[in-house]
Ligand binder design. Structure first.
Ligand code: SF4
Length: 77
C-alpha cells in the first residue's frame, strides 16, 4: 500500500560539514537534489519516491567528499 511504502521510504542526507559544494550531485540528479543560493545541495525529494530510488546508490558513490548518505527509517512498533 502507498502509506506503507512512504513509511519505509529512504531519505537522502547531506553532511554539510563534509560537502565542498561543487555541485556534482544536483547536476546529476536534479529531481533529487537542488542547490541553495550558496551552491550547496538541498534534498528536494524527501522521502525519496519509489521511481527515484534506483539513482541513490550511484549518487552516494559519486560524491568525492563522501558527504551523501542514505538513511532508512527504523522500524518501531
Ligand atoms: S557531490 Fe558531494 S561534495 Fe559535491 S555538492 Fe554534492 S554533496 Fe557536496
Amino acid at each position: 500500500m502507498t502509506i506503507h511504502a512512504q513509511k519505509s521510504a529512504p531519505s537522502l542526507k547531506v553532511d554539510r560539514s563534509a560537502c565542498a559544494g561543487h555541485g556534482l550531485c544536483y547536476g546529476a540528479a536534479p529531481d533529487l537534489v537542488d542547490s541553495d543560493d550558496q551552491g550547496y545541495p538541498v534534498v528536494v525529494a524527501e522521502p525519496v519516491p519509489q521511481e527515484l530510488r534506483d539513482q541513490l546508490g550511484a549518487l552516494v558513490e559519486m560524491c568525492p567528499e563522501r558527504a551523501l548518505s542514505v538513511e532508512f527509517p527504523t522500524s518501531k512498533g
